[in-house]
Design a protein around this ligand. Structure first.
Ligand code: 6GU
Length: 268
C-alpha cells in the first residue's frame, strides 16, 4: 500500500516512522510519503489560508495550494521512490482521497477494512476551520473522496486523525501485525465477537496484588474459556456501550447470551 499525506506540519507525521508502521515500511509492505503543503503555496508569504467568506472566527485553507499539491501527488501515478517514472495514467490507477474533518462521516472498523483493500490512499490534512469546500467538489470529479471524522470531538487539525486512520487501516494489511488471528479477535472486528467489546485479559503471575487470574482461564477447558470470554464481552458491552447491544442482530444472541445480559446490570 502507498500512502501520501499532505500537511503543513510534516513533522507531525514522524510517528509513522516508528513501531509497527516503521517495521511494515522497512519490510516493504507499506510506502509512506509526507508532503509539505507550503511547497505548493505561491505569493510572497506562501500563505495557505485566508479569512472566511461570510465572516466568523478562524481561517480557511485556500483551494489553490491544495489543488496544486494533489495534482503533483497524482502525477506520480502512485510510483514512490527516487527515480520512479511517472506511470502511464491508467483510469483505475487513481488513489482514494481521505479528508479528515470533524464534519465527515464517522470512521469505523468497517471503513478501515474498506480502505485496507485500496492500493493507494492520499490524506489531505486540513488545519484552521477547514479547506475551501470547492477543493473536495473538484477532487470528487476525478477521485473517490471520503471526508471522515474519527469521533464526536474537535481536534485542531487532521494530522492526529490521519495517524489514527492510518494505524487502524495498516494493521489490517497482511503481514503488518505479527499474529494475524489477533486482528480479527479484537473489539469491533468482524470474525471475533462481532459487535462486542473485548473482555478483560490476564497474564502471569497467577496471583498479583492479592488478586487471582480467573480459574477458568487456567484450567485448560477451551470451550469453557470461550463461553466465559463471550459472557465477559456481553457484560462489558452492556455496561459501557449499550448502543452496541441495541445494534446487535437478534439472531446473534443465544439463550445463554441473553441470560448473561440479563445478569449484567452491575458495573462491568
Ligand atoms: Cl478527522 N479532524 C478534526 N480536526 N477534528 C476531528 C476529527 C477530524 N475527527 C474528530 N474530530
Amino acid at each position: 500500500m502507498l500512502l501520501d499525506v499532505i500537511t503543513i506540519f510534516p513533522e507531525y507525521l514522524r510517528a509513522l516512522d516508528v513501531s509497527l508502521l516503521g517495521k511494515a515500511r522497512e519490510r516493504g509492505l507499506l510506502q509512506v510519503r509526507v508532503h509539505d503543503l507550503r511547497d505548493w503555496a505561491t505569493g510572497p508569504h506562501r500563505s495557505v489560508d485566508d479569512t472566511p467568506y461570510g465572516g466568523g472566527p478562524g481561517m480557511v485553507m485556500r483551494p489553490e495550494p491544495w489543488a496544486a499539491a494533489l495534482a503533483a501527488v497524482l502525477a506520480t501515478g502512485g510510483l514512490a521512490g527516487p527515480g520512479a517514472a511517472p506511470a502511464a495514467r491508467e483510469p483505475g490507477a487513481n488513489p482514494r482521497l481521505v479528508v479528515p474533518t470533524p464534519s465527515g462521516k464517522l470512521f469505523t472498523q468497517q471503513t478501515a477494512a474498506e480502505l485496507a483493500a485500496e492500493p493507494w490512499l492520499v490524506f489531505a490534512c486540513g488545519r484552521y476551520e477547514g479547506i475551501d469546500a470547492r477543493l473536495v467538489e473538484v477532487a470528487a470529479e476525478s477521485l473517490r473522496v471520503d471526508e471522515l471524522s474519527i469521533g464526536d470531538y474537535v481536534l485542531a487539525g487532521g494530522e492526529a486523525a490521519t495517524l489514527v486512520i492510518v494505524e487502524a487501516v495498516t494493521r489490517l494489511l497482511p503481514g503488518v501485525v505479527g499474529n494475524a488471528v489477533s486482528v480479527t479477535d479484537d473489539s469491533f472486528a468482524a470474525g471475533g465477537m462481532v459487535g462486542l467489546l473485548e473482555g478483560p485479559v490476564y497474564t502471569r503471575p497467577p496471583e498479583w496484588a492479592g488478586r487471582s487470574v480467573p480459574a477458568v482461564l487456567r484450567a485448560g477447558d477451551h470451550a469453557a474459556v470461550a463461553r466465559w470470554r463471550r459472557e465477559q464481552a456481553l457484560r462489558r458491552t452492556a455496561a459501557r456501550r449499550p448502543d452496541l447491544i441495541a445494534q446487535l442482530d437478534s439472531g446473534a444472541l443465544s439463550d445463554r447470551d441473553r441470560a448473561a445480559l440479563a445478569g449484567s446490570d452491575q458495573p462491568g
